[in-house]
Design a binder for this molecule. Structure first.
Ligand SMILES: Nc1nc2c(ncn2[C@@H]2O[C@H](COP(=O)(O)OP(=O)(O)OP(=O)(O)O)[C@@H](O)[C@H]2O)c(=O)[nH]1
Ligand SMILES: [Mg+2]
Length: 192
């Protein structure tokens, strides 16, 4: 859950990037870091210790809501699952989710499995999935065997969620994804 610090006039929101192994979650964080370094409040956790990192974290300031400054806490859960208890901790109190899909045909089954796993994990944690702001990102649009946008939408987005095409290695669509999820989260906060 987002929380407000009335002393510092800040609102903190938690965003989780999830998706199949290798779909591009870390690459998204690297790209956001590359694009926004000046606005970061802290250095991000190292992206290099990929094998052992139980999660990745990056704070990002995104502007004002009324007279509060809004800060995103962006997390990713690597798919190696070396530390299952971290999954429980990291999935607590989420305000928004970005599901990163690898557009490649060869990754289709992994994406489908990860999507089903996410739903299970969130249901187990007591979330009403329909009420969490979500954005789908179709990453790796540059891959030679990338599925068409229509095919990906048919598979993953029957509900008509906000979706974005991306090539994270070239910084395409990564900031748009952050903007879309932020605005959904801020809409939700504005309503409460
Ligand atoms: N061609 C291409 N490669 C990409 C793109 N995004 C990420 N990659 C590459 O795909 C590989 C996996 O990306 P990661 O960001 O490490 O994937 P991840 O989702 O963090 O994977 P795990 O942490 O293992 O769950 C890396 O070699 C990336 O450089 C993209 O848009 N296009
Ligand atoms: Mg990763």
């Amino acid at each position: 859950m987002a929380y407000a610090n009335f002393e510092t006039r800040e609102i903190h929101c938690k965003i989780l990037y999830v998706g199949a192994k290798g779909s591009g979650k870390t690459e998204n964080l690297k790209s956001i870091f590359h694009k926004t370094q000046v606005r970061l409040t802290k250095e991000p956790m190292s992206f290099e210790d990929k094998f052992n990192a139980p999660f990745e974290f990056m704070p990002l300031s995104i502007g004002q809501l009324k007279d509060f400054h809004v800060k995103l806490h962006i997390y990713t859960l690597p798919e190696h699952n070396l530390y299952p208890t971290f999954n429980m901790v990291i999935t607590r109190g989420i305000d928004g989710i970005v599901f990163v899909v690898d557009s490649s045909l060869s990754a289709l089954q992994d994406n489908i499995d990860a999507w089903a796993k996410l739903k299970d994990m969130l249901t187990q944690e007591g979330y009403n999935l329909g009420s969490i702001p979500r954005v789908l990102q179709y990453n790796k649009r540059d891959e030679r065997d990338a599925l068409s946008l229509d095919a990906l939408r048919n598979e993953f987005n029957a509900q008509g969620l906000t979706d974005v095409e991306a090539v994270a290695i070239h910084h395409l669509g990564t900031m748009e994804t952050v903007q879309k999820i932020s605005s959904l989260v801020l809409d939700e906060l504005g309503r409460s």
